[in-house]
Design a protein around this ligand. Structure first.
Ligand SMILES: *Cc1c(COP(=O)(O)O)cnc(C)c1O
Length: 452
């Protein structure tokens, strides 16, 4: 049957909603689901993946099944990208997840000083850990790194000019754009230099009576290569100090450990930025750090302490679940070897190809009789971390015969336990790096069902 004839066979939404099988669903639930199921059908037909329109009863069953699924669901990440922003970035360590669970279920000394028997500060412990781990004088935690930048610029730059290099006018994830954030904070953006080159004298000649701060932004998701020049923090900090201005460094990912022994370069550690002279460093809790979503600010007390008293700080504050998970994550960093072992993001990123291949063999052993093999791959870290750096990895490659790789991808993605992989050159790939060993039997069963 041709595409148009098939499309005409798709039932009307109203006809679907009149089916007795759906009568138990509230219309507000059934309507959108019916629309989604028919739209998916239409897309499948147009893509040539669906050759027959299912019977009305089957479509009703599909709608009922979708209504039963909770919206936020566990997915199996076979993309090879550990910090996949669409999949929630970092997975918490066991200790961090347990700490969040404990804080969620019972009372905690969130703002209570147990020694003094009275009101305490909710951030004390986490801030102390951040000071220890970065060498900074002062620290503060807010909701995410975007909030950290918002708070820093509003409090320190408000009403005046913030100087930023043209090479660092970053956009992250579609909605965080440095020029717009600066405007939102009530500051004027003073762009200096050119896209590829900014020199110290560019910053110097931008200084005027309205200058409030220098902002340096880590180019988290792109790199400028070729003829390029930017001003290192120590030189900028020296210039800033002479004019009593702060250097705010939006570090983005914010790594607490030197990962060069694992071959991971390009992300300066937060401690190194503090030592280099940045007055205020902001970074994310759920990127390379591997904790919950949070925005961390560390730096000189002179600049950080006023932020704690700013009205925005209250609006941007984190909840007790986040604080509990963050505290447990940071504690692991007190022993770097333990951090690499316990924190999933670090474990995944530092896993060698040999180690991934060995795990691939274990998965392959569960797939006897299926058209599967292991292949070598290269994969990024994701989540605005380590741009341009590819990690040598391993993937399970499937070359199905009874269906296309695209159809296999769709079926696994829309199954009971969604599995996300990639299609490359007609093959379906499941990268080992961000898979959990517990996922293996689930993957094996799903593959047997789909390829049966
Ligand atoms: C990721 C990133 C942000 C936003 O951080 P969130 O924690 O996602 O709010 C801001 N700036 C830079 C440079 C980033 O890489």
């Amino acid at each position: 049957m041709d595409e148009h004839a098939l499309l005409r066979q798709i039932p009307q939404i109203d006809a679907l909603l009149r089916q007795p099988a759906l009568s138990a669903l509230p219309p507000a639930v059934a309507g959108p689901l019916a629309r989604r199921v028919t739209e998916e059908l239409r897309a499948g037909i147009r893509a040539g993946e669906i050759q027959a329109v299912p019977a009305l009863e089957d479509l009703c069953q599909e709608i009922l099944a979708q209504a039963e699924r909770p919206r936020l669901r566990e997915v199996i990440n076979g993309t090879g990208v550990p910090l996949h922003t669409n999949l929630g970035r970092a997975c918490l360590s066991e200790a961090a997840a347990q700490a969040a669970l404990d804080a969620a279920r019972r009372y905690a000394n969130l703002e209570y000083d147990l020694t003094a028997g009275g009101r305490g500060r909710r951030h004390d412990r986490v801030e102390a850990l951040l000071r220890t781990l970065t060498g900074a004088e002062s620290a503060l935690v807010v909701n995410n790194n975007a909030a950290a930048v918002l708070l820093a610029l509003t409090a320190l730059g408000g009403g005046g000019e913030v100087v930023v290099s043209r090479g660092e006018l970053v956009e992250i994830g579609g909605s965080f754009r440095i020029p717009e954030i600066v405007a939102q904070c009530g500051c004027r953006l003073r762009e200096v230099g050119a896209t590829n080159k900014t020199r110290l004298r560019d910053y110097q000649s931008a200084i005027g009576p309205d200058t409030r701060a220098f902002l340096k932004v880590h180019t988290s998701n792109y790199r400028i290569v070729g003829f390029q020049e930017s001003v290192p923090v120590p030189s900028l900090a020296e210039l800033a100090r002479r004019h009593r201005l702060p250097v705010i460094q939006d570090l983005g990912s914010g790594c607490l450990l030197d990962l060069t022994p694992f071959g991971i370069r390009g992300e300066p550690t937060v401690g190194a930025c503090v030592r280099a002279g940045a007055d205020l460093v902001t970074f994310s809790g759920d990127k390379l750090l591997g904790g919950p979503q949070a925005g961390l600010l560390v730096g000189a007390g002179k600049w950080v302490e006023p932020l704690k008293r700013h009205p925005l700080a209250r609006a941007l504050r984190v909840d007790k679940l986040t604080l509990a998970a963050l505290e447990a994550t940071l504690e692991a960093y007190l022993d770097p070897a333990r951090a690499v072992e316990e924190i999933p993001v670090l474990r995944m990123l530092t896993a060698s190809r040999e180690c991934l291949r060995a795990r691939g063999e274990a998965l392959l052993a569960l797939l006897e009789g299926l058209p599967a093999a292991l292949v070598s791959t290269e994969e990024p870290a994701g989540g605005g971390s380590l741009p341009g750096q590819m990690f040598p990895g391993t993937a399970l490659a499937l070359s199905p015969v009874s269906l296309t790789a695209e159809e296999l991808e769709r079926r696994l993605r829309t199954g009971e336990r969604p599995i996300l992989g990639r299609v490359r050159q007609g093959r379906y790939l499941l990268h080992l790096r961000a898979l959990w060993d517990e996922d293996f039997p689930v993957i094996a069963q799903a593959l047997r069902e789909v390829l049966a």
